[in-house]
Design a protein. Structure first.
Length: 293
């Protein structure tokens, strides 16, 4: 290995032979004059020579060198890199002259071209920055309104479950309701699992387990009335072996929810409150309870 301070004169590194010390750079490190087997001379520092010893022989870039070249010394004439087309190599500047699709001409090094650092003359810089800083585009003004609304719903769900300063935290995060890790880290994954709301009136509802987390399998799009029936304070009645909200039972038996609620308050059983029909007096057109009930 080439160590600083060691005399490397005559040492061979693959297809290179050290001729002697050339000069010292601004840091005081010795630069070595190295000759390729083709006769072309170059300068290297000891660290570069150590790297040469660890790789296969390659072209020095000289005009008569017959060894295979590295990507940095290869001919890139006619190749495209982004919006650039390589025209020719400027030997005195050690840069490639490129023509952009917009018609302008620019110069770039081989390393910048190969690493993707040079893709245009600068005319696409704003567009490339916008793409680099865009994840899903749901927050932009030009985005689909449904997509923007879904993003706001996702943000609101995370805030209610994780931000103690949120005014709804006590009803969600304070109760132990969490957002699954899959949805916490990615809006795209949330969108893939939930999809867009069917309409502007639909709301995100935790169903069938209202006390469960926001996670796949426990989410649905529900109308305001459906969501209202899935609240913690929703009164549920068990009848005929089935538990449902009071409003659902009332609608099933063509009764008013307030009437069923009043009957239960007066001490009626669930069966009697639901199965007792109404009787109408045509003269005053007022619905009352059946007198025989």
């Amino acid at each position: 290995m080439a160590r600083p301070g060691r005399d490397l004169t005559g040492v061979r590194f693959r297809n290179y032979v050290v001729i002697g010390a050339s000069r010292r750079d601004y840091r005081g490190r010795t630069r070595w004059n190295v000759r390729c087997d083709c006769g072309h001379h170059r300068e290297y520092d000891p660290r570069d020579l150590a790297k040469l010893a660890q790789r296969e022989a390659f072209s020095c870039g000289g005009p008569n060198c017959t060894l295979p070249g590295t990507p940095w010394f290869a001919d890139h004439t006619g190749k495209r890199f982004g919006w650039l087309t390589v025209v020719r190599f400027l030997k005195e500047m050690k840069r490639w002259e490129c023509r952009c699709d917009c018609g302008a001409t620019t110069r770039a090094s081989a390393s910048n071209l190969l690493r993707g650092h040079a893709k245009s003359c600068g005319c696409k810089k704003g567009e490339m920055i916008g793409v680099a800083h865009t994840t899903h585009g749901a927050t932009r003004e030009a985005a689909d309104p449904k997509m923007r609304r879904l993003f706001n719903i996702w943000s609101g769900v995370k805030a209610r479950c994780n931000n103690r300063n949120n005014r709804r935290y006590a009803d969600y995060g304070g109760r132990g309701i969490r957002v699954c890790a899959r949805w916490m880290k990615s809006f795209e994954l949330f969108f893939a699992d939930v999809g867009l709301p069917p309409s502007e009136r639909h709301q995100l509802d935790r169903f069938p387990n209202n006390n469960g987390d926001y996670e796949p399998g426990n989410i649905r799009w529900a109308s305001a009335s459906e969501n209202g029936l899935n609240k913690r304070n929703t009164r549920r009645l068990k009848f005929r072996g089935k538990s449902q909200p009071l409003a659902v039972w009332a609608k099933l038996f063509a009764l008013s929810p307030d009437l069923v609620r009043a009957r239960l308050k007066n001490g009626w059983s669930v069966s009697r409150a639901l199965t007792t029909p109404l009787r109408a007096f045509s003269r005053c057109k007022v619905w009352v309870c059946h007198p025989c009930a």
